[in-house]
Design a protein around this ligand. Structure first.
Ligand SMILES: [Zn+2]
Length: 277
């Protein structure tokens, strides 16, 4: 990657520790450019002082805009503080904008749509719509360097939470395939280290979902007929909070099978329609 006169690479990532009790342990914010700069995501609200001082130490007053991959508070919690401190506007997909405006009234936010570019001198990052985790989740593609700022779409070592009401498993799997087709060399994710072998990781994630599908169907066949019962069966070792989240994930997997006709649902109870696996 190019290193410019500032001594910093054109992409810098900074890890912010999540507040105690958070589902994730940390979140990453990414700064691009060598002056001016653009910040991608703004971290948890609790991380604002550290995040601002990091951006200030790198970008000084030369921050041009803030871009949000999606509305979740671990990525957008510091958005207002960034906009106020640096006098910039936040950009997000229109579907996320609507949620941001509800959750953070007064945040200056403008739309960025699929196929539009975030431009900074010679760097042009294309907005790629990668829904599933969130309906208007965007990734940003630097084609010349084959680098993707991936938000929460492709993570390592954790997997992406795809839960009701706004998560969509079918969209998520399509988004993984979409990113795989780009054949990125590196992915800067929203949580975790830079992914240096993105294609293998995407294949692993797709396989992981397929394995889960099979596990959930087996549990269903064994008579565990609600997401909560299946979660109890499969996630026995997890603490209750995570088991509940697991049940939400299971519900989306099962709903996808309801749509495809393999599973029926009546009064919140699920059953196989196609006989044994
Ligand atoms: Zn998220």
């Amino acid at each position: 990657m190019n290193v410019k006169s500032t001594g910093f690479p054109l992409i810098q990532s900074h890890r912010l520790e999540a507040p105690l009790g958070s589902f994730m342990e940390h979140v990453e914010v990414v700064l691009i450019g060598d002056g001016p700069f653009i910040l991608f995501d703004a971290g948890y609200p609790e991380c604002v002082p550290e995040m601002l001082s990091w951006v200030e130490s790198r970008a000084g007053g030369a921050l041009k805009k803030l871009v949000l991959t999606h509305h979740h508070f671990d990525h957008s919690g510091g958005a207002k503080a960034v906009c106020e401190r640096f006098g910039v506007t936040a950009y997000a997909h229109p579907l996320e904008m609507r949620l941001l405006e509800e959750e953070q009234p007064g945040l200056p936010v403008s739309p960025i749509r699929e196929g539009e570019f975030v431009e900074l001198g010679e760097m042009r990052l294309e907005a790629i719509l990668t829904p599933g985790h969130s309906p208007g989740h965007l990734s940003f593609w630097w084609k010349e360097e084959r680098i993707l700022l991936g938000g929460d779409n492709v993570l390592l070592p954790s997997t992406t939470a795809v839960t009701a009401p706004r998560g969509n498993l079918g969209d998520y799997l399509e988004s993984l395939e979409k990113v795989k087709k780009l054949a990125p060399r590196l992915i800067y994710p929203g949580h975790g280290p830079v992914i240096e072998d993105p294609i293998s990781r995407i294949d692993e994630l797709i396989e992981h979902r397929k394995m889960r599908d099979a596990q959930y169907l087996e549990a269903l066949e064994a008579g565990h007929d609600t997401p909560a019962k299946i979660a109890e069966q499969i996630y026995q070792d997890l603490p209750e909070g995570k088991r509940k989240l697991g049940a939400c994930v299971i519900e989306l997997h099962l709903e996808r099978f309801v749509k495809s006709g393999e599973v029926a649902c009546a009064d919140g109870r699920y059953s196989l329609t196609t006989g044994p696996l």
